[in-house]
Design a protein around this ligand. Structure first.
Ligand SMILES: Cc1cc2nc3c(=O)[nH]c(=O)nc-3n(C[C@H](O)[C@H](O)[C@H](O)COP(=O)(O)O)c2cc1C
Length: 199
């Protein structure tokens, strides 16, 4: 009887481990599954910063709708869940947002923007503003003569004054938009198509 119990327990253990592995791989697949965007060399670049995937998914939808290139702003030091805790005033993100001099390092800036005419700049709203790493980006690249269109995601704030706060830093700005949690992929696509870029 003891032996049967041991066998049953071992079987249950093996099953639970493989279920856990499935959960991990499907969570990772969420983003890896995104197929490559078919680009059209049309001078449109969708730049995004997305520590927690919401902006990434929206940026992908925009790039697909416009057949545009994608560039991810990757922090040299990735943000952990604790870093993103906005309820803790001492978390990394909150300390950065409280410091006007903060310029979190970017792992790699885009090498060549010479063929780009329009940049759609996608970022999450942090404390009503764009994360400081967006300032690192804008100060690190030359967008002279290029049109910059901001696109922000937030829980509820909307784009607010975040775009105006960035305008003085670079390029020619065109009014953008802010979407809130729950906005459909279709609405994002319609917004992107409504920009009438390259037509
Ligand atoms: C540090 C921090 C501050 C935030 N501040 C705001 C805010 O002021 N207003 C708001 O509506 N959402 C706020 N949020 C929520 C994010 O804007 C929202 O979840 C966004 O879609 C996250 O994008 P991501 O998943 O690509 O990181 C904040 C999130 C973080 C991490």
């Amino acid at each position: 009887m003891k032996k049967i119990l041991m066998v049953l327990l071992s079987l249950m253990l093996v099953c639970s481990i493989s279920l856990a592995e499935d959960a991990v791989s499907s969570a990772t697949l969420k983003i890896e599954k995104l197929p490559a965007v078919e680009t059209k060399d049309n001078g449109i670049l969708v730049v995004y910063f997305s520590p927690d995937d919401t902006v990434r998914a929206a940026a992908y939808t925009i790039a697909s709708a416009l057949s545009a290139e994608l560039f991810e702003i990757e922090p040299a030091e990735p943000y952990t869940e604790d870093d993103l805790n906005y309820r803790n005033r001492q978390s990394r993100s909150m300390i950065e947002m409280g410091n006007n001099q903060a310029r979190p390092e970017i792992a790699q800036l885009p090498e060549d923007l010479s063929g780009i005419n329009t940049v759609i700049l996608c970022y999450p709203i942090w404390g009503g503003q764009a994360p400081k790493i967006i300032l690192t980006f804008l100060e690190g690249v030359d967008l002279t003569g290029k049109t910059v269109i901001p696109f922000a995601t937030s829980n509820s704030s909307g784009i607010g004054s975040s775009d105006k706060a960035l305008q003085s830093l670079t390029g020619d700005w065109q009014a953008g938009t802010g979407i809130k949690k729950g906005t459909s992929e279709e609405d994002i696509r319609l917004w992107a198509e409504g920009l009438n870029l390259g037509k």
